[in-house]
Design a protein around this ligand. Structure first.
Ligand code: WT7
Length: 609
């Protein structure tokens, strides 16, 4: 069943066939669940759409029919989705996986350049996007961005054959006859009760790809499997959320990230859950939007990130107290370490002291939670800030850099010692990078020992509880989003004024971390506020708004090793006001003074919040 013969390319449920649609949709159609609400969707302006399991089932079938008959999508093809939080996103994902087409969802906040990189890498035949959507009361015209990406991809030899456009905002869009097609026209071609049999897939086929940041400039296409992902997500959802028939589940993430794939689309649907799905900004038009929605839909189970909790807590408790939150029975968090004081606020103020907090540690690569409380099995006593214990089947450990086990209370590196069904299958078209990134830190291939390295710091306390302490590599966590420092540096280096760039994740009271850039200019360029703005704009257009540095500071020198490697460790210590440690490998000590001066002002700014 588990094939270990080609480790670390483990393959789960070898010989089995399935399609995730069967468990997410078809199994419900002849049961009471068919009449149950699958999604209570709410747009930012307050418009709503309710979809029952039966309606969802038929819309997915019709769309799958149209994809197959009219766009010629075949099993094993790839399609890129550049969509905001509207029902057509889960519907499209399900219609694609029903046909065995691999989806690659790209967060709608990414720039055309970032979208083009992902289209090219995935060689997508079809792109699904939207005319526009609402964010903070404004219409974001996404189709225009998508068009730019298609042109950029074409220049790099990848031609998208069809662009399917959902009408959401009703705004005028640039149109290319023969290439563009409206979603409603496409689905309108399908018979009202078109049925498409879920295409049997091998358990070891790719279900989807999702790009995530790593320690090089190029994002990684994390591949998840048909059988392993489905099985693991089904189980972990049950362990995490103890689903009950009357539950209303709300995962306030974006489907553009793995949290949304697992906990808005596949996990809840496989459990016949009723969900809330929200389009817009969490604090728009007022800071109580989230709590108003919890009250309106009687949400029982709410799952979000520490960064959102910090933001909402900052607005003040009066916004919470306006609402009856007594329906809540379980609360969850994910994405970064949760500060104990935020944990306590969440527990007391939001959960009324009766809803356990399910702090889930996991990654894009792991498919679903790995270390977390499991109220669906049995709840252990909670400690604010600890994700408690590994879930069943997960063999986690904390090691020192030399590979020896860390003592209780000693900070070390988290590892996973055994494969698990939800694990990534590999990196799309880059098997070497898969082995190098995740399996080379502690493995001993000569001895047949393979150890998965997530690149997170961790401590296990005397009671065996795990405390996750953030990334151990060159990856930042900005408002719960993963961003590679090198990715930002590469973006800055595309500007003609930049000779060298170093980016670090500086601590921030609400966002956890924010990118801080240090830049050495080329001969002939002078530092100025205008140039700083221009460089921020460069990052915005290369990656997207989430990646824009809080500041771009100009220095004449960066701290580097004698072999020329930028010492981000030193920059980060200076930013955090810590001792810089060992400087013996430094090429020129003057660089330290230079950076110290530059970050001084930034530090006082951050202290004020
Ligand atoms: C990184 C993975 C998994 C969905 C969201 C992020 C950090 C995640 C926790 C947690 C402490 C956490 C880790 C991890 N992280 N959850 N409960 N406590 N840190 O997915 O973008 O793949 O990022 O998020 O550093 O490596 P991602």
């Amino acid at each position: 069943m588990l094939d270990r013969s080609n480790a670390p390319f483990y393959r789960w449920f070898v010989g089995a066939e399935t399609n995730i649609n069967i468990n997410a949709l078809d199994r419900w159609i002849n049961t009471d669940v068919a009449n149950k609400v699958a999604y209570y969707w709410e747009g930012e302006p307050g418009d709503t759409r309710t979809l029952s399991y039966r309606e969802l089932y038929w819309e997915v079938n019709r769309l799958a029919w149209a994809f197959r008959e009219l766009t010629g999508l075949k099993p094993g093809d790839t399609a890129t989705l550049y969509l905001p939080m509207i029902p057509e996103l889960p519907i499209s994902m399900l219609a694609l996986t029903r046909l065995g087409v691999i989806h690659s969802v790209v967060f709608s906040g990414f720039s055309p350049q970032a979208l083009a990189d992902r289209i090219v890498d995935a060689k997508a035949k079809v792109l699904i996007t939207v005319d526009g959507f609402y964010r903070r009361g404004r219409v974001i015209r996404l189709k225009e961005e998508a068009d730019k990406a298609i042109r950029l991809a074409r220049d790099r030899g990848v031609t998208v054959e069809k662009v399917i456009v959902v009408r959401r905002a009703g705004v005028d869009v640039p149109w290319h006859e023969g290439l563009d097609v409206w979603y409603h026209d496409l689905i309108g071609e399908a018979p009202v009760k078109a049925y498409v049999r879920p295409v049997p897939r091998k358990a070891t086929d790719v279900l989807f790809i999702l790009y995530t940041s790593g320690t090089t400039g190029k994002p990684k296409g994390v591949m998840h499997s048909v059988g392993g992902y489905m099985t693991y997500v089904y189980n972990v959802f049950k362990w995490n959320w103890d689903p009950r028939p009357g539950d209303v589940f709300w995962c306030a993430a974006d489907i553009g990230w793995i949290t949304g794939h697992t906990y808005i689309v596949y996990g809840p649907l496989m459990h016949g859950m009723t969900q809330v799905m929200y389009e817009g900004a969490p604090d728009y038009p007022k800071p109580d939007r989230i709590w108003a929605l919890v009250e309106k839909y009687d949400v029982t189970t709410f799952y979000t990130s520490p960064t959102l909790l910090r933001l909402l807590r900052k607005y003040g408790d009066e916004w919470v107290e306006k609402h009856d939150l007594s329906s809540l029975r379980l609360l969850g968090t994910v994405g970064e370490p949760i500060n104990p004081e935020v944990w306590k606020w969440y527990y007391k103020k939001i959960g009324g002291g009766k809803a356990p907090i399910v702090d889930t540690w996991w990654q894009t690569e792991t498919g679903a939670a790995m270390i977390s409380p499991a109220p669906g099995i049995s709840l252990v006593p909670l400690k604010p800030g600890s994700a408690t214990y590994p879930l069943p089947g997960i063999v986690a450990d904390v090691l020192r850099y030399d590979g020896s086990p860390a003592s209780p209370g000693e900070k070390g590196l988290l590892v996973i010692r055994e494969p698990w069904p939800g694990m990534l299958m590999g990196i799309w078209r880059d098997p070497d990078r898969y082995v190098k990134t995740y399996w080379s830190m502690f493995s001993r291939p000569d001895k047949g020992v393979w150890i998965y390295y997530p690149a997170d710091f961790a401590v296990r306390d005397a009671d065996g509880y795990f405390w996750l302490l953030g990334r151990a590599d060159e990856v930042m966590n900005v408002a719960g989003h993963r961003l590679g420092t090198i990715e930002l540096e590469d973006a800055l280096l595309t500007h003609p004024a930049v000779s060298e760039a170093a980016v670090v994740g500086a601590p921030h009271p609400v966002k956890g971390q924010v990118p801080l850039a240090l830049v050495v200019l080329r001969e002939g360029y002078e530092p100025s506020p205008e140039l700083e703005e221009e460089l921020k704009e460069t990052v915005r257009s290369m990656i997207g708004p989430i990646a824009v540095p809080a500041r771009v500071l100009f220095v004449r020198k960066l701290p580097k090793t004698r072999s020329g490697k930028i010492m981000r460790r030193i920059i980060l210590a200076l930013v955090e006001g810590r001792p810089v440690g060992d400087l013996s490998t430094l090429e020129d000590p003057a660089a330290v003074e230079e950076v110290k001066r530059a970050v001084e002002e930034f530090r006082s700014l951050m202290r004020e919040g």
